[in-house]
Design a protein around this ligand. Structure first.
Ligand SMILES: NC(=O)c1ccc[n+]([C@@H]2O[C@H](COP(=O)([O-])OP(=O)(O)OC[C@H]3O[C@@H](n4cnc5c(N)ncnc54)[C@H](OP(=O)(O)O)[C@@H]3O)[C@@H](O)[C@H]2O)c1
Length: 400
């Protein structure tokens, strides 16, 4: 493994654009950047937006030998994978073959089964350890910063954490009747899956989007309906936050989004199994993706803010305590800085920070890790420095 500070970023989508912009802003750490994706012109579009030169390449990240050839040619110290979750294992294989560290923001999913599960990637533990390489998983916002918020709460504010509620609000408006803020195929697979949460050592399932309540968000956002969903960070947090009794994940949706989604589901457009159409097989959800707006095109249209945070309860010094830590991100400010809206921004900035900590060896250990396994302090410090400041509030709940 070399220590040259070179980074290969794979995936020239909404998140990829932010990662490239943010790495380019930090030339002292990211000495050279190569952006590679399936469509070369998308890499070239991003390349033209930057004041600093970067390399671009076309690569099919489903193909290990193509990836390995690109890595051998560019010789990066780190590969940041912001393509799709389907490519996680091939990119990890290529990193192992070429001796390079790995980072991603979403866990592996097979194409034909909407199932979020870390097992496939945790199974690489021994191979990465033996090779002296590090793989950092889920280093976006959620998963990513939400895990770090929990680790930070555990380190500084609680003797025992009892419950964690991760609450993700997008109060932005793009003015379109229906569009998703990140890859539509991945987004719809996620929200149409059954809800699932962890309680007293067991996983409990709920029908999709049936459990909901109102949550009063800080800033100018105010009360919104939040819906219980399964989200991948629940799996690693249930393992890594010692003694936690319950973890749930909630997300806001507008009435319009839910109505469109219900219709699309009812007519079969969200199916991920192949159907015959005019003599060829198509997957309805992939066809739907082709007709929906590209998430990247929503950037200039989106107004408003996101608010993602963790509401944590437990015990400190014998007293019951409630702690809420969150970030508010403005869509238009994110767009002005990186040509991307806040959903891509809040994912891309933590990916850059994770990469920075790995290159600076502040976070470096051979093996496969989730972010909450490292010291949260340097990450929390860098969040404030690089565009995602956080706010925390405390409540003593002994008298509730
Ligand atoms: N942790 C978090 O907080 C969080 C939040 C949002 C998103 N994410 C994750 O971030 C990742 C990127 O999301 P996004 O919104 O940027 O998606 P996106 O806009 O669809 O971008 C994905 C990019 O990957 C490229 N790609 C897909 N398959 C490829 C392949 N086989 N080889 C090479 N490139 C390939 C696509 O190329 P083409 O354009 O040519 O198809 C596209 O440019 C996803 O894994 C998503 O799940 C994480």
């Amino acid at each position: 493994m070399n220590n040259n500070g070179k980074v290969l970023i794979i995936g020239a989508g909404g998140v990829g654009r932010v990662v490239v912009h943010k790495c380019a802003q930090n030339p002292g750490v990211f000495t050279e950047i190569c952006l590679a994706s399936r469509t070369l012109s998308k890499c070239q579009d991003i390349q033209r937006e930057l004041s600093r030169p970067i390399q671009v390449a076309r690569v099919d990240a489903d193909n290990v030998s193509e990836l390995a050839a690109l890595i051998k040619d560019f010789k990066p110290q780190l590969v940041i994978n912001v393509a799709l979750p389907y490519q996680d294992l091939t990119i990890m294989d290529a990193c192992l073959e070429t001796g390079v560290d790995y980072l991603d923001t979403a866990n592996y999913e097979p194409r034909d089964e909407a199932r979020f599960c870390y097992k496939w990637q945790w199974d690489y533990q021994e191979r990465f350890k033996k090779a002296g390489l590090m793989a950092l998983l889920g280093c976006g916002f959620d998963p990513g910063v939400t895990n770090i918020y929990c680790a930070y709460a555990q380190k500084h504010h609680f003797d025992e954490i009892h419950t964690i509620d991760i609450i993700d609000c997008n109060a932005g408006d793009h003015g379109l009747p229906f569009a998703t803020n990140f890859n539509p195929e991945i987004n719809i697979r996620e929200v149409t899956a059954k809800g699932r949460y962890y309680e007293n050592g067991q996983w409990k399932e709920t029908e999709p989007l049936t459990v909901h309540k109102t949550f009063d968000f800080p800033g100018s956002i105010g009360p919104k309906e939040i819906y219980l969903m399964y989200h991948e960070e629940l799996e690693s947090l249930a393992k890594n936050i010692k003694g936690v009794k319950r973890i749930r994940f909630w997300m806001t949706f507008s009435e319009s989004y839910l109505t469109h989604l219900r219709v699309l589901e009812n007519v079969g457009m969200t199916r991920i199994d192949p159907v015959q159409y005019q003599g060829q097989e198509i997957i309805p959800l992939q066809f739907l993706k082709a007709v929906l707006p590209e998430p990247a095109s929503l950037g200039p249209k989106t107004r408003g803010k996101t608010c993602i945070g963790c509401l944590i309860e437990g015990i400190k010094d014998g007293r019951r305590k409630r702690y809420y830590v969150y970030n508010i991100c403005d869509h238009q400010e994110a767009y002005r800085e990186t040509n991307s809206q806040a959903i891509s921004y809040t994912t891309g900035v933590p990916a850059m920070i994770g990469g920075m900590l790995m290159l600076e060896e502040e976070w470096h250990q051979p093996g496969v890790f989730n972010v909450e396994e490292f010291d949260p302090d340097p990450f929390m410090k860098k969040l404030s420095q690089h565009g995602l400041p956080w706010t925390e509030t405390f409540m003593d709940t002994d008298n509730d």
